[in-house]
Design a protein around this ligand. Structure first.
Ligand code: ADP
Ligand code: MG
Length: 327
């Protein structure tokens, strides 16, 4: 019950980037392998997400737009698992209540696409036939048009787009099998091709983290009991004033955790004598029962039940990776 309340308390729509995050996560949940994100004016004016996922059947369009107990949760196990990823069954409803939203979708087994349109809270959902390939488009226009107080908090177009870019990078680094295209004001800003081979993965790493990172990769792959750590670190990227690369995923979600960062720093110090974080893209996999995640979408906090073990495991895994690699 506590979990359910925490979930209900989640505030979904904070800024355009949070809309992008929720919608892209829905596309991924729907099994999409191609996702296009088209932004206008930093998302103030328009956020359009198209995917080639499983689609939404005509008679489920209205339900998808209403606040509901998500169908993605069926058992308590699921709930704990899903809580760590932040699914709450209210993203579309929340977004549609503060924007003009058009949802167009076609499941592969349906002959035609159908479209639902809403304008803010208390509006009836209108449903009409439409043309659309298999998959879903969600078009969010005039975000916060009916909540001026929140609209006031929107930052400059450039700032909001920067946040969106950050969200897309984070997701792209944990879904190499999916193609992402990010556009701003009609111009393609990022195109991440589907990356299955090591070379293709390295290319995506270069696009997102820079060549200095991708040219100096040290691969990690460690396990202790049922905790796993894999991904990449580099030690040399920071020499040339490159931007820090800090992506640490815990069960698929980026976290900034003091304990983990301490372990990374300590391993770096052990190896180089420098008190700094290395650059890293790392994925920790741990039994969801071993952690508490603060599911507020704006927070990225986690508490490990056995923090000492996790800390020492991460430290050891990093030290091993550094020593195996000639400098
Ligand atoms: P949740 O993801 O927690 O279920 P959302 O409000 O984010 O809740 O989405 C509501 C529902 O709409 C989803 O459960 C899913 O059935 C459907 N849906 C949303 N986006 C998509 C999409 N891109 N493709 C297929 N179905 C979708
Ligand atoms: Mg969702």
């Amino acid at each position: 019950a506590m979990l359910a309340n925490q979930i209900a308390a989640g505030e979904v729509v904070e800024r355009p980037a949070s809309v992008v995050k929720e919608l892209v996560e829905n596309s991924l949940d729907a099994g999409a392998t191609e996702i296009e994100i088209a932004i206008e004016k930093g998302g103030h004016k328009r956020i359009l997400i198209r995917d080639n996922g499983s689609g939404i059947a005509k008679d489920e369009l209205e339900l998808a737009l209403s606040r509901h107990a998500t169908s993605k949760i069926s058992t308590l196990d699921d709930l704990e698992h899903i809580a760590s990823l932040g699914f709450r069954g209210e993203a579309l409803a929340s977004i549609s209540s503060v924007s003009r939203l058009t949802l167009t979708s076609k499941p592969a087994d349906q002959d035609n696409a159908w479209q639902a349109h809403t304008e803010g809270r208390d509006q009836l959902v209108q449903i009409q036939p439409a043309a659309h390939p298999d998959g879903t488009s969600i078009d969010v226009e005039d975000l916060f048009f009916n909540t001026p107080a929140r609209r006031k908090f929107l930052r400059a177009e450039k700032t909001e787009f920067m946040h969106i870019e950050e969200v897309v990078k984070r997701i792209a680094l944990s879904h190499f099998g999916v193609q992402f295209v990010l556009k701003h004001n009609g111009k393609t800003i990022k195109r991440f091709a589907k990356a299955s081979t090591d070379n293709q993965q390295q290319k995506r790493l270069a696009q997102i983290c820079g060549n200095q990172f991708s040219d100096n990769l040290i691969a990690l792959n460690s396990a202790y009991q049922d905790i796993k750590l894999d991904g990449w670190v580099t030690l040399s990227a920071q020499e040339n004033n490159a931007q820090a690369v800090n992506f640490f995923y815990i069960n698929g979600r980026v976290m900034r955790d003091k304990l983990i960062f301490h372990a990374l720093k300590q391993a770096c110090f052990e190896h180089t004598g420098l008190e700094q974080l290395p650059d890293f893209v790392l994925y920790l996999h741990i039994d969801p029962e071993q952690i508490d995640v603060n599911v507020h979408p704006a927070k990225h906090e986690v508490r490990f039940h056995q923090s000492r073990i996790v800390h020492d495991f991460v430290y050891r895994a990093m030290c091993d990776a550094f020593t195996q690699t000639p400098e």
